[in-house]
Design a protein around this ligand. Structure first.
Ligand SMILES: [Cu+2]
Length: 331
């Protein structure tokens, strides 16, 4: 679903390859922070309340109460992520990028149970925080074309990357179930990544188009997230030397997940633990502000991402907004 897609991996790579860290001639470091607020539940493109989801489930339950019937829907999820990034330029054209994320996931849920009298009882609960090292990414970026090596107005970069499974994907709840796949810090899989970035300056505005494809593979616990494709169009306008406002359009697609060994799936008990409710297409708009620290290689980037359109496969909780801040230092 959305959670592990735009938020957790591809977003940081896109942030890196489109920021000033990619222009560092020797090495660069950055610290990114992301806060994603998820509340809205979508059935396709329409929003639906948690209680209507539960009403629909209860309507399918047998009239005579059976033992242990319950169903849970998420009411709010907060995903926070700190990412350390480093770049190193091996040659004039070849640059390496490493990202090391630390994730903090919180979730509130509403649970419905059937009492022995056949009444539905609903209560809110808060899950324990899941936090830890996420999946790192190593990427090689190669400048295929530049119109001027020192200050290119046109530049084409291609990238090839690998995401090893450095984050845990087998965190359990107190009751001994695996935590939702989307809430795990890592995916358990080795995924190749492919990137194409084109920069074109129509003075004074700098335009970038960034395409990132993550070819997801099966994780060691048998869960396979859907492939992810993101396409970002970015415009930055330098008003004065040190302040660059910008605007981005973000297109995102995630395919459906597959739980090969059925370890995470509990479709009768939980909206989230059901791969029918995975896969999404979204369009977002992101205003941004970059402030350069005068006479240094440092800059601060602030972004606010607002989804304009989301089409979820099945019924899913989606991102309502996301805020991002980063400090970049290029040497
Ligand atoms: Cu939950």
């Amino acid at each position: 679903m959305y959670a592990h897609g735009e938020c957790c991996l591809s977003r940081s790579i896109t942030e890196a390859t489109t920021s000033t860290i990619a222009t560092s001639s020797n090495f660069g470091i950055a610290l990114q922070y992301e806060y994603t607020n998820m509340e809205t539940i979508r059935d396709g493109s329409d929003s639906i309340s948690p209680n209507s989801v539960l009403d629909d489930v209860a309507a399918e339950w047998p009239a005579m109460p059976m033992e242990g019937e319950s169903f849970a829907v998420p009411t709010r999820m907060i995903m926070q992520k700190y990412t350390m990034l480093g770049t190193y330029s091996a040659t004039d054209r070849l640059q390496f990028l490493l990202t090391v994320p630390y994730v903090i996931n919180d979730m509130d849920m509403r649970m419905m149970m059937r009492s022995p009298m056949g009444m539905d009882m609903r209560m809110n609960m808060e899950m324990d925080t899941v936090e830890g090292l996420g999946d790192m990414t190593l990427m090689g970026l190669y400048k295929l074309y530049r119109d001027n090596p020192d200050a290119p107005a046109k530049k084409l970069t291609i990238g090839l990357g690998l995401k090893p499974p450095t984050g845990k994907n087998d965190e359990e709840t107190d009751s001994g179930n695996l935590v939702h796949a989307v809430m795990q810090p890592g995916t358990g899989s080795w995924d190749p990544l492919f990137l194409v970035n084109y920069l074109h300056t129509f003075s004074p505005v700098v335009f970038q188009a960034n395409l990132l494809y993550q070819m997801t593979t099966e994780g060691d616990e048998g869960y396979e997230f859907g492939d992810k494709v993101s396409f970002d169009l970015i415009a930055r306008y330098p008003i004065i030397d040190y302040i660059n406002p910008g605007l981005e359009i973000n297109l995102f697609y995630a395919g459906q997940d597959t739980d090969h060994d059925d370890r995470y799936s509990r479709p009768d008990e939980s909206l989230l633990d059901n791969t029918d409710n995975t896969g999404i297409t979204s369009v977002s708009i992101t205003p941004s502000l970059q402030v350069k620290i005068p006479r240094t290689g440092g800059s601060i980037d602030l972004k606010f991402q607002q989804p304009l359109y989301q089409h979820a496969s099945g019924i899913q909780q989606v991102a309502d907004w996301r805020a991002m801040a980063s400090i970049v230092w290029a040497f």
